[in-house]
Design a protein around this ligand. Sequence first.
Ligand SMILES: [Mg+2]
Length: 264
Amino acid sequence: MTRKLPSALEHVHEIAIRGRQLAVFLDYDGTLTPIVNRPEKALLSDSMREAVRALAARVPVAILSGRDLDDVRQRVNIDAIAYAGCHGFDIAGPLGLRKQVATECLPILDAAEKELRQKLAGIPGELVDRKRFSVAAHYRNVDENHVERVERIVNEVAARHRELRKIENKKVYELQPDIDWNKGRALIWLLESLGLDRKEVFPIYIGDDRTDEDAFGAIRQRGAGILLSEQPRATGASYSLKNPSEVECFLRKLVACLPAGADS
Ligand SMILES: [Mg+2]
């Protein structure tokens, strides 16, 4: 359903007092950092890091990203929180928390990566990015006239490897293991593994992209999704924010609203 969502900034207090305990799950690119032309340039600002750190000192926080686990962990650089990389396929956290999904698909991803690199090599601006549990074909810097060719090649490679599926995010096609796993499943797994799968826990998920819809859907009945979007779109989220600056503002206000003694 496409409708205008209420701004999370105007409902911070109401969100903060839902449930006796909050748990906050955050996407990285486009949520904690603005979208940039080259993915390696998406750096977390010091002030955003401080906002996330301050929140993590009060309530459980985890980051769920399409990036490789080590990549997102280094970029956020906050100890004592959980991270899910590769759209939730590769999870690690404090106290030995660890889960890897579909390791048997790694050789298939190796083969798909090789094929994509060969076939896409002639397209100016095309960037193939191998992550542990996916291969991404970024076309943000590809001329519009060539985008169709990129997609056709990705489709061909996907068709050759039935164990993989194509997913789409902002200006990127990605091949990942075609199994029943996504950011939503990873979020639920984190809730269970962190002892947060309880009625009094109110999970919040903030994200901007299509894969984030799986996470919005997973907590729709018991928590709140917050979508970053300039325009209304079909979403399972309940609230909206406009950009990463608003996310930072929201996180700071959320900490300020937490009732005394709510520390976990
Ligand atoms: Mg994102």
